[in-house]
Design a protein around this ligand. Sequence first.
Ligand code: SAH
Length: 352
Amino acid sequence: MRNKPLLRSLVPREVGALATGAGEPAYRGGQLVDWVFAHGALAWDEMTNLPASLRTGLAAAWDLSALEPAAREVSSDGTRKFLFRLRDGQTIESVIIPMAEHATFCLSTQVGCAMACRFCATARGGLIRNLEAGEIVEQVLRLRHDLATDPVSGHGDRGENIVFMGMGEPLDNWPDLARSLDVMLDPDGLALSRRRIQISTSGPREGLQKLLAAAPGVGLTLSLGGVDDVSRRKLMPVPGRTPVAEAVGLAADYARAAGRRATVAWVLIAGRTDGVDQAEALARLMAGGPFKVNLIPFNALDDDDLVRPDRTACEAFQAVLTAAGIPVFIRDSGGRDIAAACGQLRRRRLST
Ligand code: SAH
């Protein structure tokens, strides 16, 4: 059977208009919007205060859900990793990282990825397709439901942070990313603050330009992995086509316009990206700019000779940036025991 269009690929105003378009009074539109976004309904029969005729009519024309849970793993550090099966049988990953006051939700924007980064598990299978806005939005609702049914002890209820650090290159799927942001930021949608959302990108030029023009005000993380064009291209062949200076310049323009620092993510790989000389070059590149730096020690893949540096090397790298006055943090990814780094769970499932 062919899929129907996905209801949550619409923005709240459009969803509300479906009820009024079916001849219902305006307040029915508001009730429908509440079910779809605030409650995150996954079945039509949850919408108990709507007339059955309206529900049946909508169900004949629209799909309410596009994600089916296919796997859920919980790490000893509390990180929860999900594999979702999409309507076409493809799979994507999402992650919950519980923190003291809030949870961080890590979302996918594509099935696979075309960037071919050497250190990334998602890159191995190439790009399969873009996610639809509704498939991006539904990840948030599924993760919210998971936390509601199985709360994390010691974890506060201050809402969630959203990071687009799952599978895919978000800025290569701009129209659907932008639409999902509209839904997330809309008070009638997911009602999230722009301060709680981070787009992480390898920095393709066209994508950065579209982001700059749209100015959504959300946070930006630029994954760098090399200070000069030659070394960056070795690790990140596709993003490396945009010169480092240009990607960094566009990120700085965006940060200034948004009024918040951009983050530079730097994956630390032993003997490749962890040298003190590179830390010094990175410090020069960041000097005076609206940046902070997150250092991510490499999460080893199963088929590769790349190696994670030891803690001393990570701290030596950090010290160089600190001495240069640049805010810098070491971000060890959660859930190492459940293969929670980008694309690792899906990869394991596909190969077993
Ligand atoms: N394509 C986007 C978002 C997905 S990758 C981007 O490049 O930002 C999210 C982050 O995970 C990036 O900073 C990337 O450098 C990092 N990453 C990917 N694989 C990793 C691995 N095996 N170990 C450590 N960090 C990794």
